[in-house]
Structures are given as C-alpha cells and as structure tokens.
Write a protein of this length. Sequence first.
Length: 486
Amino acid sequence: MTRTPLITLFACLALLSGCNDAAKRKPNVLLITLDTLRPDRMGVFGCERDTTPALDAFAAESACFDQAFANSSFTPPSHASILTSRYPSEHGLLHWNKSLGDVPTAADFFGSAGYRTGAFTPFPALLKIGLQRGFEERSVPDPHVTHKLGPDGRPELDQNGQPRIDSYLLAPGEEVNAKALPWLLDESDDRPFFAWVHYYDAHRPYGAHGGKTKYNDFASPEVGDTEKYYRLDEVKREKLGLTSEEVQYIEDRYDGGLARLDEQVGALLDALRAAGRLEDTIVVITGDHGEVFAEYEVDEWFSHDPWLTDENLHVPLFLRLPDGKYAGKHCDELVEGVDVLPTLCELAGVKTGGSQISGRSMLGVLEGVESGKAFVYAERQGDDLTQQAGVDPEVSKRSRDRRRMLRTRELKLVEFVDRGHFELWDLDAETVSIGDQNSAAAANLRRGYINQLERLKRVASGNSALDSELQNSLGALGYIGHSEDE
C-alpha cells in the first residue's frame, strides 16, 4: 500500500482548512436605498445645514461617487435597475401597471452563492411587482392608515367594498429597522447575508412623521402637510397662492424628513457596529432618485417623476469595505445605478452565471485602472394605456409620456418619445436648452444615443396584477388615480 507522506497530508488538511476559512470569510453585503434623496442637501456634498451627520460620517469611511446617476426618475424602475443591473426597457418594470421581466435579481445571484437573502421596505407594492424575487425573507412594517368614516362612525366603502382611505403613510425608518435588525443580527444561520433595506422618510409628504428632528419646527405647519402641496404646476401654484416664505417652508419640511431619515440610517449602522457585524460587511448606500423643488418656473415644483433633470437623477452613492479600503476617497467618474450589482458581485466573489447585465463594476475606476463612462443613461414611462380598449391614442401617449436621456459630463440629450422631439441641454446652465439640434454636439450625442438604444435588449413584461387593496394604497399615495384637484 502506498503511504501518503505526512507533510503532504498536513498540506492537504491545511488547504482544506483554508478553503473552509475562506468560505467563512465570505462578506455580508448590505444594500441600503434612500428614497427621494438629493445629494445637495447632504453635508458631504456641501450643504451648510446639518441635515445628515450620520450619512456624512459614513461617507468619510467610504468611497464616495460624486457623479452617480439613477437610471429612472421613479422608484420601481430605478430600484429594478439597481437590483438587476439592467436598464428600465430591459427589465420591463416601467410603471405600476408593469412587472419585472424574466430577469435574475441580485437576490438570485447571492442566494445561488450560498447567501441568505432579505428585503426590508416600508413600501408593500415594491414586493408585489417582481422586486421580491429571490429574497427568502420579505418584511414590510404596516403602513399608518386612517379611513374615512361615515355618519354612523363606520368606515366608508368604495366600489370594491374596501374602506376608503383618508390618509396613508408608509412606515418610518425606525419601524423598518425593527424588522431588519433582528434578521441582520441573527447568528442562528451561519450563512453570510445579502440584504436590501429601503427607507422612505425623505419622500413626500415631507416630514410627514414629525418627531423632534432638525428643521421640522415649521413656522406654518399646515403648508406642505398634504399631497396638494406637491406636483405643483403653474395653475396649482396660482391656486394655492404660495408665498416665497411658504415655498421655503416646504423645502424645510424636506430637510426635516431627511434629518429623520439620517437618524434611522445611523441607528441601523450603529447597531451593526456594536454587534461587530460591520467588520465583515460590505455596505452600499445610494438613492433611487432625487427631487425637483422650485428650480423651474414652468414645470412642476416638488416632484420627481417624470423629470430627467440632474436635481432628480443625481444621487448619492457610497461604498464602504470592512477593511477601510477607499475610505474618504472621492471618485469623479460617471457611474449609474446599473453599476451597483456588478460591483457587489465582484467584491463578494459572486458569479452572475453568464447572465446578461448592462452595468460594470466600479472598482476599476476606483483603482484608476479603467477610464470612466462616456455617458450615463436614464428613461421613464408613465402608465401605459395602449392595451386598454376604448382609450384614445393621444390620451395614451400623454399618459405614457416616454422619455429617454443620455448624459455626458457636459451635455444632456433628452428624447420626448411620445411628443416626437429632442432637447439638448448645456449642463453648465441646465435650466436653458441650447436648442440647436443640428450642431456638432447634438449630432455626436444623438449618435451615442442611437448606439445605446441598439445595444439594449428588450425584455417583455406582463401587467402587474394589482389587487383592490393595493390600488387603494397607491391611490392614497398619489401614484394612480391622482386627480388634478388632489
């Protein structure tokens, strides 16, 4: 019988032990998304108000991507791009009457690599349109709902027999933390985790949950406390008769909600740090979109979708590694939401199985071994009524209002697909279109835009099956059935 030399046996055992140790050293991965967050309201991006001390401190421990952009102006498609590394027309989740196409998600990739996966959001609808795919744990704190009462003191019922909603607020950050932290800190499962935690506190109605935070002691508390103060076009602004001071109050409410959001993100990070979990966790914090305040005279104030402006598409993006690598480093290259997933996969050693993705890892530009992107791309689409019988085509176009954007460092090209025209913007003065569609700059951008559209592969998406309860909640939030008088 041939004997294995003892030194060889020990070497094999050491190798096996090293493999086991390597498996144990798989990093946790935490993706935090912050709804409706404008970078220019954060200290790390130059805001003088102390709205985000916790996030600013986190940024100092992280790589900060100063030129990060969302791939859509609306929560579902933007999140889908982050979680699938595909552009909206590729993943198919374009609006509330669409669902995620047959594409793998981050949770699918990490789950296949041996991770336990959890999604925590205050927004129930996001986990009913395909974004829940691949997550073992899906947790949503209950929304804060009040119902309209009839003369008998009982809730009034709508045509579907559901109680009519008087006010509907998604749960605040502390209730998201209450769901997420027990799972994140659970030591009964020795698998590493991949978690998505989503906060909504900066979203309108700004400062809705109150609480003793900075900038929420409003001089005129009734201004901005309902949906009628948002999506303000010229007609609505005249109807409300807002003074410049009241416009500022609305912005102050945003800062109040943002300060509250910052406290809760800080509380989550502090709890992970105290438990020693940040020592083995990769953390990305980013936004799904920003918000337009009162920058534009003609367009709506205090809204996000459908605007493909920088106020709405420029988002924060921070990457923190357990070993402190890149801490405090600022990257000025163009990056976008689709780049988040391939970056996390590269860092964690997770394979995408040959799946087609549109983003690229951001580590190359951080290391200085790759050049930045020449452009970023975004698109939006409203409610598509083309499949509904009896709907006038022009009405359908107005509702759908498809828009696509290609942005370089200096210029932005926006196509209003259903309106049949392009706009070219000089980013040094974004409120003014430079207009000349026949210029060399416009021609170059249009060529790049056409190449981008040719590269995109369309993925068919079915209609989301929204039950009546979900329709009611989306209506109460102003997403569907929103009338001009609301």
